[in-house]
Design a protein around this ligand. Structure first.
Ligand SMILES: Cc1cc2ncn([C@H]3O[C@H](COP(=O)(O)O)[C@@H](O)[C@H]3O)c2cc1C
Ligand SMILES: O=C(O)c1cccnc1
Length: 360
């Protein structure tokens, strides 16, 4: 399934991009006045292979949840159980991601690819008016990854299975009518794995890739950098072998997110990336299929330094930059109206000719 997906991912359609460029020149606005939105809409035309590209609606956020054996190394102050507890909160509609999804009409799907502790029952009644009910997909590959500082976090088969889960979820959401995929993550300890993945794929030093995650003191931070450094020194992952990198130092949610991105790219639908875990997964996705970058839209610049390094490597400009460092899909959902606006211009704005507006 992974190989079939990779075979479907191709380059942007040049003719559709030229048509979008040409249309932009004829719309009732000074050329270039929509700044980065113009290039974004042109690229999305190239992705869809048609101008204008379909409006990217509705949005569907998938929150991939998993735990991390490296939690045992004291890289985060939060107990591991918070992953399962937050899954219950997502399903109850009580998390920040639910608030932002409700605001943009996005559906919320929570995918358990590797939560280690039993899922708690959702406590708060689910519904607020006009919002769809969050859905749980149970696709546990194993109960958390292994501790990357002692052994590979995953076997290659486990990593592949998580990647394929992400591909499957992308197809399911698109088959249900989603017009854009939005990445989300939940996994206590996952900024350690994300930093290790980003260092492995970009070659930057672990100290540059590692951030303070949920917020840690200097002692914990130094330990976190040392854990990432030691894991990379132990496994020496080959950046040209994305499954090997994911297995060595990844999390199950990172592997699934990589598959989710690849699934969107194979269906030529945009994938809106959230924070540092999404960026780590996006690096894996381009290592699998370089053309997958054509489907990626960077929602925001996470405060995690590895995210900026990863976005630079991918050549992606984040839409918003507000110092967010939450994950869940929150930054990407805030950026969603900007992406939708970029495409809407190509659908609704009149040409100079049609509107009778004089050109210079
Ligand atoms: C209550 C709570 C809600 C969250 N929602 C997202 N994260 C974010 O923080 C975690 C990663 O940070 P670290 O690597 O420092 O553990 C992930 O679960 C991520 O999604 C949360 C974290 C907490 C505590
Ligand atoms: O920006 C992120 O993606 C992030 C930062 C801290 C913790 N979890 C996620």
């Amino acid at each position: 399934m992974l190989d079939a997906t990779l075979a479907e991912i191709g380059p942007l359609d040049e003719a559709a991009m030229a048509a979008a460029q040409d249309l932009h020149a004829r719309l009732t606005k000074p050329a270039g006045s929509l700044g980065a939105l113009e290039a974004l809409s042109v690229r999305l035309a190239g992705l869809a292979g048609t101008c204008p590209p379909p409006l990217p609606e509705p949005a569907a956020v998938a929150i991939f949840a998993a735990d991390h054996g490296v939690h045992a190394q004291g890289v985060t102050p939060w107990p591991q159980e918070v992953t399962a507890q937050m899954v219950a909160n997502f399903l109850a509609g009580g998390a920040v991601v639910n608030a932002f999804a409700g605001q943009t009409g996005a559906t919320v799907t929570v995918v358990d690819v590797g939560v280690a502790t039993p899922l708690a029952q959702p406590k708060v009644p689910a519904q607020r008016s006009g919002r769809s009910t969050p859905r749980l997909v149970s696709a546990k590959v194993r109960a958390g990854s292994r501790d990357m500082s002692a052994r590979p976090a995953l076997t290659r088969d486990e990593a592949r299975s998580a990647v394929e889960t992400g591909i499957r979820v992308a197809h399911e959401l698109l088959d249900s009518g989603a017009g854009i995929l939005v990445t989300g993550d939940m996994g206590i300890g996952n900024t350690t794995a994300a930093a290790a993945l980003i260092a492995a794929f970009t070659g930057i030093d672990p100290a540059e890739a590692t951030g303070r995650g949920t917020g840690i003191d200097d002692v914990t931070y130094a330990r976190k950098v040392a854990v990432v450094r030691a894991a990379l020194a132990r496994h020496v992952p080959d950046p040209a072998d994305p499954l090997g990198v994911l297995a060595a130092v990844g999390g199950l949610e990172h592997a699934a997110l990589a598959g989710f991105v690849l699934g969107g790219a194979a269906r030529r639908v945009p994938v809106l990336l959230d924070g540092v875990s999404a960026v780590a997964a996006a690096l894996a996705a381009v290592a699998f299929a370089p053309d997958a970058v054509g489907a990626m839209v960077a929602g925001h610049r996470s405060a995690e330094p590895g995210a900026t390094a990863g976005l630079d490597r991918l050549g992606l400009l984040p839409i918003i930059d507000l110092g967010l460092r939450l994950g869940e899909g929150t930054g990407a959902l805030l950026a969603y109206p900007v992406v939708a606006g970029a495409v809407r211009v190509l659908h609704e704005v009149a040409t100079f000719d049609a509107a009778g507006v004089s050109e210079k």
